[in-house]
Design a protein around this ligand. Structure first.
Ligand code: WTA
Length: 655
């Protein structure tokens, strides 16, 4: 769709109104905005009734900026809230997860009653291994039911999980284990990707060489491969968990008891351990799942197509859905495992009604062609959602028309690892939606778009997204680094949470998210910092200096482009360049993860610098996106950037 056509299209159908039929059955109604605006704290206290409490809280919010406490005098158990309560309420036979493996024939259906047995056994096994309240346990697993069971068993004991995405390297795993002082690791021998087994445990073995405090490793057998074994440390899941009692009496913890850590990239090379606690997080995850994903536990089949290694998986595959008693799809494979129509097959076969995923995946599915979804009955779908990066109108419209048959509302949900749950989104059945806009703050959430001086911008103007009042699922800080929490998020606009995203208000006052304004890149919805990748590059012995930018990319949103100067250049440079570029790409994949592998590396004799020696990334970004160059007058040597632009044009080292 060309620019002009898109404009015309948007002009014609500027907003999408939910149908009368949808409005009639929606969980959310317009009055909840007023109710929440009138007294946000009371509104959240009412939402906390979605939880089962051992002791009901009498307090709501205690706020000592930037640290919040929500419902502080209440006590509860997160795992009981997700599982036991449904069994006690007589819904034990309800399906919690339809697990679908990477391979076509692999399936497992787990009811809430079965989930309770599995979680209880795992909690007993962890206790036998020595896991106690307050411990940190790393989870490095593929998308198999044991991953969810592990998370719920850990928090049942009052320990914290730190789930590390299975695509991360041994180095990345080790640094996260060390930063949070994890003493246990739960993993699998391997995972399946498009039918092929790929080992996982070797990365754990390598990581643990530098993590002497890890006492035990629990390993799920997923593949048939042979693996190294450390008998004093390693335990097979099937040997230790399966023989445990299937009952476990849970203890209750305070509302602010630590729940989990989730590492995410900031603007420095060191990922931050974002720290979440129990009751506030669970309240908002549950409430947003109910109102935004509009779940009806009795009849919906919900699919959050994300990995549990990211916050979306935590809030909308584990905690939010389970508290609501939802039935979900848990899918291990890639969108094209077993064929490019695998998703549409799953939706048809299981009657999926709510689908929540990332723009990158939507764009990829769109590229694969309309014939694939057209070959399947997708009429069970009733709501579609997007998260993780700005969704371009073209992808939005395709999702709406081709997948949702112009019948399903689309919710574009803006939030972050730090916010814990959704923050800005239209409510289906209440608000109209515009393709590409996240629209407005949710009930009980106060967001604003401000200018450099921290003042609200007028309609039609752009600025920075801020959150002006504390919210229940907000992070309680960066693990082990309270001052970094203050300086990263709260110093820029005193009293307001600075999200790091640019935003604009359109002429109706609706909010559009415009992407990060800091050094955080968003690659296929994965957050990576430019400095983290630069750090990995300069860790290679041949590299003198590196500058990394996120350049816009049709499929992945942004892609990594690195400009590198070498310490030495050999004579036969053409061939040598190709080799070193490949070596550097592999090096970054090894140090961080394959998702951080640069799309392009440009070897250059110099980098554009200001007279004070700062690398001008803004100019490199212009080069990487083939834009005309901005102001170059402050550079020490303005010719450098022209030379780099020439190198960029002649380079072709893309995947
Ligand atoms: C971006 C993912 C535009 C944003 C839940 C944010 C979005 C970062 C949207 C957080 C959206 C997330 N529209 N941008 N709907 N959702 N983002 O921590 O830049 O992995 O700051 O959390 O993703 O990424 P994170």
């Amino acid at each position: 769709m060309g620019e002009a056509k898109l404009e015309a299209w948007l002009e014609e159908t500027r907003t999408f109104q939910p149908s009368a039929a949808f409005v009639a059955q929606a969980n959310a109604h317009a009055a909840i905005y007023e109710e929440a605006d009138h007294d946000p704290e009371r509104w959240w206290r009412a939402q906390a009734n979605r939880l089962v409490w051992h002791k009901e809280p009498t307090k709501i919010l205690e706020w000592e900026s930037p640290f919040a406490k929500w419902f502080a005098d209440g006590t509860l158990n997160a795992s009981v809230n997700c599982v036991d309560r449904h069994v006690e309420a007589g819904n034990g036979d309800k399906v919690a997860y339809h697990w679908i493996g990477d391979g076509e024939g692999e399936r497992r259906t787990i009811t809430y009653a079965e989930l309770l047995c599995l979680v209880s056994q795992a909690a007993n096994a962890l206790t036998e291994l020595g896991v106690k309240e307050g411990d940190r346990v790393a989870v490095y697993m593929p998308m198999i039911p044991e991953a969810v069971v592990a998370m719920l068993a850990i928090v049942r004991l009052g320990a914290m999980h730190s789930v590390i995405f299975g695509g991360f390297s041994a180095d990345a795993l080790a640094s996260r284990i060390l930063d949070s002082g994890c003493t246990f690791v739960i993993t699998a021998d391997g995972a399946f990707r498009r039918g092929a087994a790929s080992p996982l445990k070797p990365a754990v073995d390598e990581a643990l060489e530098s993590c002497p405090d890890v006492r035990a490793v629990l390993v799920v057998k997923r593949t048939a491969g042979e693996i190294e074994w450390v008998p004093t440390r390693d335990h097979w899941w099937h040997e230790i968990v399966d023989r445990q009692s299937s009952t476990h009496e849970a203890k209750f913890f305070e509302a602010e008891h630590p729940l989990f850590l989730m590492y995410t990239s900031g603007t420095t090379a060191k990922p931050k351990g974002i720290f979440h606690t129990t009751a506030g997080y669970l309240t908002q995850a549950a409430a947003t799942y109910y109102y935004v994903l509009d779940v009806k536990a009795e009849k919906d089949v919900c699919w959050t197509a994300a990995d549990i290694g990211w916050i979306t998986g935590h809030s909308y595959i584990v905690y939010g859905p389970l508290i609501n008693g939802a039935t979900q799809i848990l899918y291990e494979g890639l969108p094209d495992s077993g064929g490019k129509d695998r998703w549409w097959k799953i939706i048809e076969e299981y009657g999926v009604s709510i689908l929540y995923t990332a723009p990158t995946t939507i764009r990829m599915l769109m590229k694969w062609g309309d014939e694939l979804p057209a070959g399947h009955d997708l009429s069970s779908l009733r709501l579609l959602g997007s998260v993780g990066e700005p969704i371009n109108p073209e992808a939005w419209i395709w999702f709406y028309e081709t997948i949702g048959a112009s019948r399903c509302p689309i919710i574009d949900t803006w939030w972050q690892t730090e916010t814990g749950s959704m923050m800005v989104s239209p409510l289906p059945g209440v608000a109209a939606a515009k393709p590409g806009a996240a629209m407005r703050g949710m009930p009980g959430i106060s967001v604003d778009v401000v200018n450099e001086a921290g003042q609200s911008v007028a309609n039609g103007e752009g600025g920075y997204l801020v959150i002006t009042k504390p919210w229940p699922a907000m992070t309680r800080g960066i693990y082990g680094d309270p001052s970094r929490f203050q300086s990263t998020y709260w110093d820029r606009f005193p009293g307001k949470y600075f999200a790091g995203d640019g935003a604009k208000r359109d002429k109706d006052g609706d909010i559009w998210l415009l992407g990060r304004i800091d050094d955080v890149m968003n690659i296929s919805g994965h957050r990576l910092s430019t400095t983290e990748v630069e750090h990995a590059l300069v860790g290679h012995p041949a590299v003198a200096e590196a500058a990394v930018v996120g350049a816009s990319d049709d499929t992945t949103g942004q892609a990594i482009v690195a400009f590198v100067t070498l310490k030495f250049v050999k004579d036969d440079h053409e061939q040598n360049h190709a080799e070193i570029i490949e070596e550097l790409r592999q090096h970054v994949a090894k140090v961080i993860s394959p998702i951080a592998r640069p799309r392009q590396i440009i070897l250059t004799p110099d980098l554009p610098k200001t007279r004070s020696g700062k690398i001008m990334r803004r100019l490199l970004q212009d080069v990487a996106e083939s834009r005309s160059l901005g102001d170059v007058t402050t550079l020490t040597d303005p010719l450098v950037v022209n030379m780099i632009a020439g190198l960029m044009e002649s380079s072709s080292n893309e995947d």
